[in-house]
Design a protein around this ligand. Structure first.
Ligand SMILES: [Zn+2]
Length: 364
């Protein structure tokens, strides 16, 4: 019941959102209920990102029934207490760090959180939190949603395993008239590089027995909703959308970003001017943990193999192609075509092969 309502909601949005970088979506009324159960009374209550007033929307997004989703509990918890509750060693202050940072370790690895910063480090790659941790009476407090949606899936959960039995759907971004961004060097379009990257991954994994489908195998303009339904009809177990980035006209930004959908209740890392309603949730919200694990695994491999800057595992809500997926789904931005140095790399087949091998290796 919820799934179908949410899927309709996603389809409504699919109809509204035509591209991945431009436009804005109609805002629904800001949330009126925002419960705060604050176990740290000195902390300032965290509010959802305020909505900018906009003209009355022509089409109101239909929010699915909330009955099947828990209301996000806004509960700050001492990291010491959380560690004790989960039988982990007490967090330790990171010595020599210029800002107050604390490390928490489990058998799965170490996460370092920094006071006042949403950027945490998990096994040496950046993972963006929803809320900056706070220091109260010499104790680190982390938001309950971050504990549940960012820390627990990494520190307390065994990593998901993939094997050739799984069906992978790769989604080369853009196509046809939708060129995506263009290389600052010579104007070559993103759509060509994403297709080439996908084909290389497909070759690597197919030879190892994987079933790999591409949402497009030529220069076709496939709608975002058709990419989502393609994954569903091909019974995808994993969905990976491949893109290259742009910060034009700024030529300086560089590096790799990996996105998954923002869990309900959490502010996104990136909004690109879209509203970021904390109430928004999608059918694949039930894969919050797997999305993050998949994103972290791919991101780690890509950053290490490419040597490019680590811009972190990030959260966004507006990425239509991730909404409504019936399996874990992530979107990778494999470098900036607006950066001349990085564009030169992306234009080389050798570098794209490296990116493809990183993805294939991460999954095997
Ligand atoms: Zn793109």
């Amino acid at each position: 019941m919820f799934k179908s309502a949410a899927f309709i909601f996603a389809l409504v949005l699919l109809g509204l959102l035509a591209g991945c970088t431009t436009g804005s979506r109609p805002n629904a009324a800001p949330p009126t209920v925002w419960t705060l159960t604050n176990s740290a009374p000195n902390l300032a209550p965290v509010q959802p990102v305020p909505e900018k007033p906009t003209p009355s929307p022509i089409v109101k997004p239909i929010l699915p029934a909330k009955t099947n989703l828990p209301t996000p509990a806004l509960k700050w918890t001492s990291l010491n207490r959380w560690a004790a509750d989960h039988k982990l060693a007490q967090p330790t202050r990171v010595v020599g760090s210029p800002v107050a940072s604390y490390a928490i370790t489990s058998s799965q690895g170490t996460m370092i959180v920094e006071i006042g910063s949403r950027e945490a480090m998990w096994r040496n790659v950046a993972v963006h939190l929803g809320f900056p941790p706070e220091l109260v009476d010499d104790q680190v407090f982390v938001h309950g949603l971050d504990l549940e949606k960012n820390l627990a899936p990494l520190l307390l959960t065994k990593p998901i395993r993939f094997n050739p039995e799984h069906v992978l759907v790769l989604d080369p971004g853009h196509g046809g008239n939708k060129t995506g961004t263009i290389s600052v060097r010579d104007g070559r379009p993103e759509k060509d590089f994403t297709l080439d990257w996908a084909r290389r991954i497909q070759t690597l994994l197919s030879t190892n027995g994987w079933t790999v489908w591409l949402t497009r195998t030529n220069d076709a303009d496939i709608s975002l909703s058709n990419r989502v339904s393609f994954a569903e009809t091909h019974h995808a177990d994993l969905f990976i959308s491949l893109h290259f980035n742009s910060s034009a006209p700024d030529k300086k930004q560089s590096g790799i970003e990996t996105f998954c959908l923002t869990p309900t209740g959490m502010p996104s890392t990136l909004t690109r001017g879209y509203s970021d309603l904390w109430t928004d949730h999608y059918p694949n919200n039930r894969f919050d943990n797997e999305n993050l694990q998949l994103a972290v695994r791919l991101h780690t491999a890509l950053v290490r193999a490419s040597g490019e800057e680590d811009r972190g595992v990030r959260r966004a809500r507006f990425m239509t192609v991730l909404q409504g997926e019936q399996c874990p789904a992530v979107l990778i931005e494999g470098g900036f075509l607006s950066n001349p140095h990085e564009a030169a790399k992306i234009e080389s087949a050798e570098f794209r092969q490296k990116l493809a091998e990183a993805v294939a290796d991460a999954l095997q």
